[in-house]
Design a protein around this ligand. Structure first.
Ligand SMILES: NCCCC[C@H](NC(=O)[C@@H](N)CCCCN)C(=O)O
Length: 452
């Protein structure tokens, strides 16, 4: 008797199992990205970091992705050599970067350990620990961004047509879980800077466990490829040409979504790097208290992004959701900058924006580009986004130093947060332009994602 064997991605249990595995890789990625925001003040007291030093450290994540176009190159590599090899390579970079960062902040290194002399011998404006941490942040960013592109492609491979927006929403939720854990655990381990180095090592160890999780995923991926190869061959053999990038940039809807992406995230991620310190300074809280308060943000989005994702799968309205999210973001920053509204209220508003826009924006890509170019499309979008993630933490640190001379313990963040409000306003303009373009060209951005 002939039995038809179902491919692995036909099984719902397998799909959600895979999401759990790659979701963990994202959680540790975001953990390490956000672990430093509650340590800003500890790094000021232990290493003497100024606002600009801290901003530079946060920005260095984006250097490879913006200036070396690594997120685009990672996306191209992904479309060319496939999920397993690309994923392994970039999760490995992420791990190396996390360990280098922790090494730079370690007591061993700072007591004259291996490489200390070399790192002291050039660019005396920057301390040796900052230089090694910057190098670590560089490699971490190089690996982390392409890893997110890889995970997006994994989800398209396993979930397309089957709750894709929900899966993307859950993927984002896994990232937020990592941020939540970082905001809670990092200041707790650091204990006002007495265990600063242990807090960073803890993050690096988590990232290395993420590498092990990816190795396990590779086994499932190989099995699925053996099952679907004859049907899906096109998606792995299509070769990259520079035309792909030109075509993407000529697609106005793609351009608007990429510009919304850079402005929206520039008003959130760089803000998050400063949020615990800002809340602590403006409302007189300890770093653990302000970390706890800020952690409501990823916690809320963790719950609401999948819910909004599921709604968009079924009801559509992605462009309208992005507009609404952008307006909410603008209101949030104005409240933070200009009022003493209890911080939980703007944090809740920020959570709505931070859940709604990503839930609508990322899966919309399948409406705008072909699946076999999706790695390149996401990669390019990340490189554009990383330009903002490079510029704005630096700018925020520089504005902070300029408006608070002498690196004081308590800083006035008004000018810094108003800068984030201005960036949010730009995001709103691009969200509106996207909606008009969709109306004109009929991409179907407002339609549900689920196939009937
Ligand atoms: N399918 C894409 C989901 C991306 C989610 C998005 N993350 C980013 O935009 C990253 N490029 C930057 C992440 C920085 C932390 N590692 C998000 O909403 O988190």
């Amino acid at each position: 008797m002939n039995t038809i064997k179902k491919a692995l991605n036909e099984s719902a249990a397998m799909r959600w199992g895979v999401l759990l595995l790659v979701g963990f890789v994202l959680s540790v990625n975001y953990y390490f990205y956000d672990a430093f925001s509650t340590l800003k003040d500890d790094m000021r007291t232990v290493f003497g970091f100024t606002g600009t030093d801290y901003g530079l450290f946060a920005s260095f994540y984006s250097v490879p992705n913006t200036f070396l176009l690594m997120a685009v190159i990672g996306g191209i590599i992904l479309d060319k050599i496939g999920i397993r090899r690309t994923g392994f390579l970039f999760v490995l970079f992420m791990t190396i970067g996390a360990f280098l960062t922790a090494y730079g902040a370690s007591d061993y290194f700072n007591n004259g350990g291996f490489g200390y002399e070399l790192m002291s011998s050039f660019l005396p404006r920057f301390s040796p620990e900052l230089k090694v941490m910057l190098l670590g942040r560089f490699f971490f960013g190089l690996g982390a961004e392409t890893t997110i592109v890889v995970v997006s492609k994994i989800l398209v491979k396993w979930f397309n047509g089957k709750d894709l927006a929900l899966a993307f929403g859950l993927k984002v939720a896994f990232g937020r879980l990592g941020s939540f854990a970082a905001l809670r655990i990092s200041p707790f381990i650091s204990n006002e800077g007495t265990n600063l180095s242990s807090a960073i090592w803890f993050g690096a160890i988590l990232v290395s466990i993420g590498l092990l999780a990816f190795l396990v995923y590779m086994l499932f991926d190989a099995k699925l490829d053996r099952q679907i190869q004859p049907v899906n061959n096109a998606s792995t053999t299509d070769s990259f040409s520079i035309r792909d990038i030109i075509d993407l940039l000529k697609n106005r809807a793609y351009l608007y979504i990429a510009l919304l992406c850079v402005t929206f995230y520039s008003a959130i991620f760089p803000f998050n790097h400063y949020a615990p310190d800002f809340i602590s300074d403006k409302f007189g809280l300890s770093s653990i208290e302000s970390g706890n308060l800020t952690s409501f943000l990823p916690m809320g989005t963790l719950i609401f992004t999948p819910i909004f994702g599921a709604l968009i799968d079924r009801k559509g309205k992605s462009a309208s959701a992005m507009i609404f999210g952008a307006i909410t973001l603008l209101i949030t920053h104005l409240l933070f900058a200009l009022t003493y509204t209890p911080p939980l209220i703007p944090i809740i508003l920020l959570g709505i924006a931070y859940a709604l826009v990503p839930a609508a924006m990322w899966p919309t890509m399948v409406k705008l580009v072909d699946e076999n170019k999706i790695g390149t499309a996401y990669g390019l979008m990340y490189s554009i986004q990383n330009l903002g993630l490079f510029v704005f933490p630096l700018l925020a640190g520089a504005i902070l130093d300029a408006t608070n001379p002498g690196n004081p313990e308590i800083s006035d963040y008004t000018a810094t947060i108003l800068m984030f409000a201005a960036v949010s306003l730009l995001g709103l303009i691009f969200a509106l332009l996207l909606k008009f373009e969709d109306k004109k060209k009929g991409f179907g951005v407002e339609l549900p994602l689920n196939k009937k």
